[in-house]
Design a protein around this ligand. Structure first.
Ligand SMILES: [Zn+2]
Length: 131
């Protein structure tokens, strides 16, 4: 039978797919803005270099964080296809829907995520987010 959990997971999937589309179109917009800024820099009349660099950096990091979110969404959608989305990778327990709605990229239950985070903090640091 289709449990309410399955319906909840399908709802989260739809949210993720919509978010993915939003990110990809927003990302295009940011790229265009960035190109426009680069054009301005070539203009000899454009003197505010420091400000331009700052804006450049902000846009680059925005694009970077958006790209990372798209990757996280893709990974979540892949886990849905494999039927393991919403299952803790450490203990195999179902991650509560409330947690998945707040953190759709979570791959661990709250308990294991906390433990994992503490281990990561104590050990080596990585650039990858641990959810
Ligand atoms: Zn767990």
């Amino acid at each position: 039978m289709a449990t309410s959990r399955e319906k909840d997971l399908m709802r989260i999937r739809a949210i993720l797919q919509r978010r993915r589309r939003e990110l990809l179109s927003a990302s295009d917009g940011a790229h265009r803005e960035l190109s426009a800024l680069k054009e301005q820099e070539r203009d000899p009349e454009y003197e505010e270099n420091a400000q331009s660099e700052l804006a450049d950096y902000t846009l680059s990091s925005l694009v970077e964080s958006q790209r990372r979110e798209v990757m996280l969404i893709d990974a979540a959608l892949r886990r849905m296809d494999m039927g393991v989305f919403g299952t803790c990778v450490d203990c195999g327990a179902d991650i509560p829907i409330e947690r998945l709605e707040a953190l759709p990229f979570a791959i661990r239950c709250e308990e294991d995520a906390t433990r994992h985070e503490l281990e990561m903090r104590g050990g080596h640091t990585t650039a990858a987010p641990t959810l």
